[in-house]
Design a protein around this ligand. Sequence first.
Ligand code: NAP
Length: 256
Amino acid sequence: MNISNNTVLITGGATGIGFALAKDFIAKNNTVIICGRRAAKLDEAKKTLPQVITYPCDISDANQRRELFGFCATNYPEINVLVNNAGVQREINFLKGEAEYRDGDNEITINLEASIHLTALFVPHFLQRSHAAIVNVTSGLGIVPLRITPVYSATKAGLHSFSISLRQQLNGTPVKVFEIIPPIVDTDLDRGARDKRGQQDKGIQPEMVSKEAIKGMAKDTYEIPVGMVKVLRIGSRIAPNFFLNIINKGGNAKPV
Ligand SMILES: NC(=O)c1ccc[n+]([C@@H]2O[C@H](COP(=O)([O-])OP(=O)(O)OC[C@H]3O[C@@H](n4cnc5c(N)ncnc54)[C@H](OP(=O)(O)O)[C@@H]3O)[C@@H](O)[C@H]2O)c1
């Protein structure tokens, strides 16, 4: 895919991996729109990256997702890339029952349903472009799940599966489907839970994820495992229990 002269929407683009992607896409001469719930984070992003277009939006709300599509299609009809990056991660202990499950953001709605619904909204528009892409950000935890983040891991496995089906459906159209599969990345994804449980491994920097992602997209590599996920992908097929045990041992898997 040509990674210049596109118009790109990055959900959750004000921070972390999304913001790193926004910086790299702008550096490569793309128009970039980012959205998120926190206006202060969008303002901060705009200060650092004045070219970026910001749009406050909570993608857990179906009407706001429709409005987001309407904003993009009306004001930037040339839009041709959707990056489903926004995500949340929660530790949920099912031994504590329903209250624990309900107490916080709905990971299924934000990580999975919103990405699928936004795809449904944007695909017909993208079919009118000469080239376009849907880019889904999943996780190594979609390959080997982490005990303390069971719903998060399931949403990422679901988004991986959806990416495969979608790629098959859109085969022969101008719309390519990419999946970026990061390892642990040093961002605020879990709102400080890693620090609280004393996790030493803070992961790679979001800029490294973006660099590998853009390099992969430029080469039409549709599944882009980043860093140690390359090993995890192959290793977990050969010795699934070995990798399940490694991931679920030590500081990474100790509940807060
Ligand atoms: N960090 C890691 O270790 C890691 C590893 C593998 C995959 N990933 C994936 O990478 C993606 C980006 O995460 P990150 O690590 O860069 O963490 P991050 O900095 O916390 O980024 C997540 C972004 O999503 C936005 N967001 C969350 N809920 C939203 C909602 N309802 N509506 C709109 N925006 C929403 C957040 O902004 P607001 O809170 O302001 O809405 C935030 O900007 C996620 O899909 C995550 O699952 C991360």
